[in-house]
Design a protein around this ligand. Structure first.
Ligand SMILES: Cc1cc2nc3c(=O)[nH]c(=O)nc-3n(C[C@H](O)[C@H](O)[C@H](O)COP(=O)(O)OP(=O)(O)OC[C@H]3O[C@@H](n4cnc5c(N)ncnc54)[C@H](O)[C@@H]3O)c2cc1C
Length: 642
């Protein structure tokens, strides 16, 4: 009998790796739960935890996977002309069923509405963004139009008190903040001469009120007093119902406008034979859809506007100041989605490492791989703190600060009023910029952690980190690039008395850090940064040239304070280890852009290459002890499971 040799692999036989089933992302994210427990009072927490558990389960359901697949596979396209060559009354933007279902689901789940409902009172923005954190990784990018909807709603809400009940903004606001039958809003700022610098806008608004209006003094939504014409170079919410946009008036200065994308023409305008009228474009023509590196589900278009009838929002010639309210809202969506993407990327890397074997070692226990994953854990924790602290401050500045004692943990908040507004503005720009920039590096690391398969871009795979990397990269560009936000940050901090407000808050927060080593390290860094800023207050152009380092240094200090607070509030050992790594060692992903005298490893720093560090890495990544069979430099038995 012939001896049977080794059996070679074939296309069908041999080793095939299989990923474990994804876990419920809320249950599998104890740090997020810990953060929520610090920022929410007990009664709200008790209500939202079961709700989030259920929602998170839905995010990994076959239905949501199918919607995402469909949105990825069937990318949007435009039909402009009929078969005879005549232009349609409204350019037909065809989006996938999956995209539309995801957007509807997001709205119904309250990703926008929660921010305006009274159910969670002062904490509504925290609950809203906690939901977005769970929604965004599976949202198929529908978080983009939803974020702009949120921004427009926030802006309109600030206008409503001064408007008569008959004004169409009331209904628009109700629609934008509804859960069912809700509208979405776009935000059209960027033009060919520049998105960062909108002063070069080539879109013009002409005051041309209708001689008669159907509904009251202000007319219906499609009866605004201005006719807007121009060319918008980027519009992501091209299938929106309404849009906010910037245009110049005859003064040559920018004003903000709101306009519906379609309007209903009366029978007479319709050529007389159309009965009750029909829906036509409100002067918007889709020039073309853009071909992008990522966000391919999102219908980003170039638009030509011709006599688009629009309502002025806010004071004339104050367009940039008016629309900045919207930007602060959309930036929060950007940093929450960046944090969520990093957490999801780390989760997928762990799913893989838990089952993969390399060089005879289980990957999950390999010290260098553990170190890589632990570094990501430290980053994600720091950004989770920065993000949810900022969102909390947003919630409290909008709805009122919590009475003392309501929150068990008492986050180091600034004083209510002007100080809080100044700090919030600085934090919103900084959090958006540093988390978005870091998400790109982090997602690349997560992709690499999956080896070659990480680089595959298969729409069928929910664990497609490559796609997540492509998609998340845009967060560093839209709503302000890193350098534009750095410049905004510097100008804001050096404006009027803002630096003193920031110093009062941050110095007090640092003084509240109980651990002496941490406190002294943070004091030294803030002392250096504050000293530089004070000294150069009148030399803004000098400071602008190092704006990125200034903003990253500020962010590192805030992250350090928050991690220290997180550790001391209940003495949690893992939280303490993360705080130590960030504050004393300068770890946590921000180091590359720090000023030379900020985040310098302190005398108490410990960069131990010893097994002790690996033990902490293992606790941080896997929540358990490094197994006895994992001594440094020795082989670990094959097949050792977590
Ligand atoms: C997928 C996608 C969707 C988008 N959707 C929308 C949308 O719906 N609505 C919308 O209005 N816009 C949208 N944008 C546009 C986006 O907001 C702009 O691209 C962005 O603001 C940058 O503007 P810009 O492209 O004109 O670049 P520029 O402003 O020309 O910037 C070029 C470079 O100059 C740098 N720079 C500019 N100013 C400064 C400064 N003061 N200091 C230092 N460096 C500076 C920038 O950092 C950047 O690196 C979208 C973009 C993308 C990629």
């Amino acid at each position: 009998m012939a001896e049977q040799g080794p059996i070679p692999a074939s296309a069908e036989a041999g080793f095939v790796f299989s990923m474990s089933q994804p876990e419920n992302p809320f249950i599998a994210d104890p740090y997020f739960q810990r953060a929520l427990a610090a920022y929410l009072p007990e009664d709200i927490l008790a209500e939202v935890v079961p709700a989030f558990t259920r929602f998170a389960e839905a995010t990994i359901s076959p239905q949501v996977k199918e919607w995402n697949l469909n949105a990825e596979r069937q990318q949007p396209f435009v039909e402009k002309h009929n078969v005879w060559g005549a232009r349609h009354d409204v350019d037909r933007l065809v989006t996938s069923e999956g995209w539309r279902a995801l957007r509807k689901w997001g709205a119904e789940e309250g990703t926008v509405a929660i921010g305006y409902e009274t159910r969670y009172g002062k904490y509504n923005r925290i609950v809203q963004h906690a939901k977005n954190y769970l929604f965004s990784p599976v949202s198929g990018l529908t978080g983009c139009p939803l974020s702009m909807t949120d921004g427009t709603a926030r802006l309109l809400r600030s206008q409503l008190p001064g408007l008569p009940a008959s004004h169409p903004f009331h209904e628009t606001y109700d629609r934008l903040t509804a859960r069912t039958g809700s509208w979405t809003s776009g935000q059209w700022m960027t033009e060919r001469p520049g998105g960062s610098d909108v002063q070069n806008t080539e879109t013009w608004a002409r005051y041309a009120p209708l001689s008669s209006k159907t509904e009251g003094e202000h007319g219906a939504l499609d009866q605004g007093d201005y006719l807007v014409s121009g060319f918008k170079f980027f519009s992501s919410a091209t299938d929106a119902d309404v849009t906010m946009l910037l245009a110049k008036t005859e003064s040559g200065k920018l004003s903000a406008f709101l306009a519906p994308l379609t309007r209903t023409v009366a029978a007479a305008e319709d050529g007389g034979g159309g009965g009750t009228g029909k829906v036509v474009t409100n002067g918007v023509r889709i020039h073309r859809l853009k071909n992008k590196f990522g966000t391919k589900q999102l219908p980003t278009a170039e638009l030509e506007l011709k006599d688009m009838r629009a309502h002025l929002v806010g004071p004339v010639d104050r367009g940039v100041a008016t629309i900045s309210h919207l930007l602060n809202v959309t930036r929060a969506w950007a940093f929450v989605s960046s944090i969520a993407a990093m957490r999801r990327g780390l989760g997928i890397s762990k799913q893989f490492a838990a089952n993969r074997t390399v060089f005879g070692y289980p990957l999950w226990a390999l010290p260098l791989h553990l170190r890589t994953l632990a570094d990501i854990e430290v980053r994600v924790r720091g950004f989770t703190q920065l993000g949810f602290f900022t969102v909390s401050l947003m919630s409290f500045t909008e709805n009122g600060f919590p009475e003392s004692g309501t929150l068990k943990a008492s986050p180091p908040l600034p004083d209510p009023g002007e100080a809080a507004t100044v700090v919030l503005r600085a934090l919103t720009a900084a959090a958006k910029a540093v988390t978005s920039k870091n998400a790109v590096v982090t997602m690349q690391e997560c992709m690499e952690a999956l080896g070659g398969v990480g680089y595959m871009d298969d729409p069928d795979e929910p664990e497609n980190v490559a796609r997540a990397l492509r998609d998340i990269s845009v967060n560093a560009i839209w709503e302000g690039t890193t350098n534009v936000l750095s410049s905004e940050f510097v100008r804001h901090v050096l404006n009027r008395n803002h630096l003193e407000h920031i110093n009062s808050w941050l110095s007090k927060a640092i003084d509240g850090v109980g651990n002496r080593d941490y406190r002294e390290a943070l004091q030294a860094s803030w002392g250096n940064l504050y000293g530089r800023l004070r000294k150069n207050k009148d030399y803004i152009f000098d400071v602008l040239s190092v704006g990125r380092s200034v903003m990253f240094s500020f962010s590192w200090i805030v992250v350090g304070v928050l991690l220290a607070w997180d550790a001391q509030r209940d003495g949690d050992e893992l939280a303490g280890e993360v705080a130590r790594r960030c504050i004393l060692n300068g770890e946590g992903g921000l180091r590359e852009w720090l000023l030379p005298d900020v985040g310098v490893p302190s005398a108490a720093a410990r960069f131990d290459e010893s097994k002790e560090r690996a033990k902490w890495d293992c606790r941080l990544v896997w929540g358990k002890e490094l197994p006895d069979f994992a001594p440094f430099g020795q082989r670990i038995p094959l097949g050792s499971k977590m």
